[in-house]
Design a protein around this ligand. Structure first.
Ligand code: PLP
Length: 388
């Protein structure tokens, strides 16, 4: 079949492919420990599930406005205003099926083919995929271990030029767990403010998964709210990956354009899921605290265990739920090592290169799995690595 040329430029998210391969092995009777997929293994909190059932039984089964239900947009505007110290209005909020469409829509709405987009590498693979898909120039900013996987400010300064239309930030960061400091964000804001047509897509999906520091958004700095699209959602914080519920907060006229992209694609986000989203943000938050505490416990077990394995070295991440160990001393390409660990040890992990070329020499392990499984995975990894 002859596909449009642009399809050859569309990338993917390897986690889903590795998961499919792991499932195939499981179907053949192999036991696989899943450390590949980035989704909380917890159930969505009961109060949120109850609200969704209530909504389904009370008529929230129809189309809704493309930008989202006004009552949810209002609640999101309040939440984002409080947590980022800004004044966001409901008219600046667009609710989408998961947060991912905000990435796609923001790049689609702002970037022309002759424009440049700077994005973190290693980083969430969809950024690079969508930039390339739209025929724009994808400009990676390397995130290095020696800088605790924060971007280098001097390097960023050199990459920004009048053609740069969008800078993508992601803090806390997938896949490294790195977190940008307030000083980093201030310096980045100063650079961005020099260019009138430069905007920031600030992916803050892990804003509530932080272990020691407080979340900071670049939108909080003077003059930056108008230049920032905040991406956030319910998938990670409330263990709602399958519900497909996320949002963007942005300048009002851009929100109108992005709602129009939604009209042209998804029409709207499922209305009963949006009602459940109101409960998530306004209801009891104790489950979020509990899940955060559990992630921290798992992080500590995993990082300590990885650092005990000869030739592996892992930084203690301050956010998200991923470890990004340096495996370069083993001397194998990361992809080969990830495949080997699945086949030999029955542990599914991702190659750092699934997040871009600067991920070579690393693996990504998601600790959205029980402490018991993490301990078993560590033993299996140690034995398999010893054979190399
Ligand atoms: N941004 C980052 C950095 C992510 O890791 C993910 C999911 O893995 C998303 C966005 C997408 O979130 P959602 O499932 O709400 O679309």
């Amino acid at each position: 079949m002859r596909l449009a040329t642009r399809m050859s430029r569309l990338g993917t998210e390897t986690a889903f492919e590795v998961l499919a391969r792991a499932r195939q092995l499981e179907a053949c009777g192999r036991k696989i420990i899943h450390l590949e997929i980035g989704e909380p293994d917890f159930s969505t909190p009961q109060n949120i599930r109850d609200k969704a059932c209530w909504a389904l039984n009370n008529g929230y089964t129809h189309y809704g406005p493309s930008a989202g239900l006004p009552e949810l947009r209002e609640v999101i505007a309040r939440e984002v205003s409080q947590t980022r110290g800004i004044e966001a209005k409901s008219s600046q909020v667009v609710v989408t099926p998961g947060a991912k469409p905000i990435m796609f829509f923001a790049i689609l709405a702002l970037v022309d083919s002759e424009d440049e987009v700077i994005y973190p590498n290693p980083g969430f693979p969809i950024y690079e995929s969508v930039i390339n898909f739209l025929g724009a120039k994808a400009v990676p900013i390397p995130l290095r271990e020696e800088n605790r996987f924060r971007l280098d400010l001097d390097e960023l300064k050199k990459l920004i030029n009048p053609k740069t239309r969008l800078l993508i930030l992601n803090s806390p960061h997938n896949p490294t767990g790195g977190v940008l400091t307030q000083e980093d964000l201030k310096a980045i804001a100063e650079m961005v403010l020099k260019y009138p047509d430069l905007y920031v897509l600030s992916d803050e999906i892990y804003s509530r998964t932080l272990y020691t520091s407080k979340h900071h958004s670049i939108a909080s700095f003077p003059g930056m709210q108008e230049k920032t699209i905040i991406l956030d959602g319910f998938s990670k914080t409330y263990a709602m990956t399958g519900w497909r519920l996320g949002y963007g907060v942005m300048e009002e006229s851009l929100a109108v354009s992005i709602a129009r992209l939604q009209t042209n694609s998804n029409s709207c986000t499922a209305t009963f899921a949006q009602i459940a989203g109101i409960e998530a943000l306004t209801g009891d938050q104790s489950e979020v605290e509990r899940m955060g505490g559990e992630f921290k416990r798992r992080r500590d077990v995993l990082i300590e265990g990885l650092n005990k394995i000869p030739r592996l070295k892992a930084l203690l991440p301050d956010g998200a739920f991923y470890a990004f160990p340096n495996v370069s001393q083993i001397g194998w390409p990361s992809k080969k090592l990830a495949d080997y660990l699945m086949d030999e040890a029955g542990v599914a992990v991702l190659s750092g290169t699934a997040f871009g070329m600067f991920g070579e020499g690393y693996l990504r392990l998601s600790y959205a799995n029980s402490v018991e499984n993490i301990k078993e995975a560590l033993e299996k990894i140690e034995k398999a690595v010893a054979k190399i």
